[in-house]
Design a protein around this ligand. Structure first.
Ligand code: AMP
Ligand code: GLY
Length: 425
């Protein structure tokens, strides 16, 4: 199979690393890729927003399967264009991607299909939004409706913060078009977990649950980021809880999309709050999480390519379930100084060679670039140091040992990845 992966972050490096190991992979291409991806795939360059350019490149390189990493091209209908041209693609249609692309749409969809989530109200009028926030119970959560790169959620602990959030969402440029509609949600309390599933029509194949660490600093302090680390498995999601999430969330979503005439084909990411009343949805994403994809694929023993290809071709019901042989995996994200705010780039990264060739530790690249034979930083999230071991403790020990071997000026990371799993004793 000739495969094209779209994207250039840590998630796409993990996808390429895993796909390149498949005996079914004849040749692997990535657009735009990064310095790590270049070690396992041929980098190609085209404009992902120009669909005719994408189709031309697919034909030039003889692509049999396209895997779309990030959400923006999916919400923009790239999977629809490719499918209409007869190219197999792993990733949902623009219609089904609204689960991520519009929080108001996702909320209304969940209400139609009885999926448990926080109560919510959508506003496209600034006065009505302020009026609601002046009287609603607090804490309350205020969200920009559209894609905001993980920065469109404001948790307001009191009335003052709620009114400030209303002002910010409706006036500040940082939320842009994403906040032309604002969703206000009831605040939920509990431990968070992410459950990913391959979904094709009404077939749902759940993968091993994960936990992300969204805040920048230890102890879940500081601003929200794209994700500072992740690990799997998650003690809070045992087999019974996973089955509940499949039955109460994933299957109703897959079936609901079929009923509405927009069946799903790709990876469905359910961000969940494990509340006293049971699992409730915080958000859906229409693609693998980043950095969650990195430890997930290091922990996966099965060949990934047949699973992605079967999902893309409408044959998921016939494939063997993915195997995670009981091991754990953990990823520590190394970030540039200043992230998630502005940060410098072009800083030389040392120590990567000392980890090359390891099977238990893989350093996935995110914002990196190769310059004159060495690797430099080129983004906020730079590397995902990912280790696999027999337990979360062991994977964590290996990952942090590896972090010690890497350095660049201003390098930052969290020291407490998996603290929830480990504090359970
Ligand atoms: P989201 O981008 O929707 O996943 O939200 C980012 C983070 O905000 C989540 O990971 C949660 O920690 C928090 N959050 C979002 N919605 C809620 C909610 N309704 N109640 C409590 N926390 C929330
Ligand atoms: N790590 C969170 C996300 O990918 O949305």
């Amino acid at each position: 199979m000739r495969v094209l992966v779209i994207g250039g972050g840590g998630r796409e490096h993990a996808l390429c690393w895993k796909i390149a190991r498949s005996p079914l992979c004849e040749q692997l291409f990535a657009c735009p890729g990064n310095a790590g991806i270049a070690e396992v795939a041929s980098l190609v360059h085209f404009d992902v927003t120009d669909h005719s350019d994408v189709l031309e490149s697919c034909s030039e390189f003889g692509i049999d399967l396209v895997i779309v990493g990030p959400e923006a091209p999916l919400c923009d209908g790239l999977a629809d264009t490719l499918r209409a041209a007869g190219i197999a693609v792993f990733g949902p249609s623009a219609a089904a991607s609204q689960l991520e692309g519009s929080k108001a749409w996702a909320k209304a969809f969940m209400a139609r299909h009885g999926v448990p989530t926080a109560d919510a109200w959508a506003f496209d009028d600034a006065d009505a939004l302020s009026a609601h926030l002046s009287t609603c119970p607090v804490p309350v959560v205020v969200k920009a409706d559209g894609l905001a790169g993980g920065k469109g959620v404001l948790i307001c602990m009191n009335r003052e913060e709620a009114l400030e959030a209303a002002r910010a969402m409706t006036t500040e440029a940082r939320f842009g078009d994403a906040a032309s509609c604002v969703v206000v949600e009831e605040f939920m309390v509990g431990e968070e977990a992410s459950v990913f599933a391959l979904v094709e029509g009404d077939t749902v194949v759940p993968l091993q649950p994960l936990q992300d660490h969204k805040r920048r600093f230890d102890g879940d302090q500081g601003p929200n980021t794209g994700g500072m680390g992740a690990y799997t498995p998650v003690p809070a999601v045992d087999g019974a809880m996973l089955q509940r999430i499949v039955d109460e969330v994933l299957v109703p979503v897959a079936e609901g999309l079929c009923t509405e005439g927009t069946p799903y084909r790709g990876l469905l990411y359910a961000g969940l709050m494990l509340t006293d009343e049971g699992p409730r949805v915080v958000e859906f994403n229409c693609r693998f999480g980043d950095p969650e994809c990195q430890p997930l694929l290091l922990a996966l023993d099965s060949d990934l390519l047949p699973l992605l290809a079967a999902t893309a071709k409408g044959e998921l019901a016939g494939v063997e379930a993915p195997v995670f042989a009981g091991g754990a995996s953990l990823c520590v994200v190394l970030v540039s100084e200043g992230y998630p705010g502005s940060y410098p780039t072009g800083r030389r990264i040392d120590g990567l060679e000392s980890l090359a060739g390891r099977e238990d530790v893989v350093v996935f690249h995110a914002g990196t670039v190769e310059v004159d034979g060495h690797t430099e930083t080129a983004g906020g999230r730079v590397l995902g140091v990912t280790a696999r071991g027999p337990s979360v403790e062991e994977a964590r020990r290996l990952a942090y040992e590896a972090v010690e071997l890497i350095s660049f000026e201003g390098m930052g990371f969290r020291n407490d990845i998996a603290h929830r799993a480990l504090s359970r004793g």
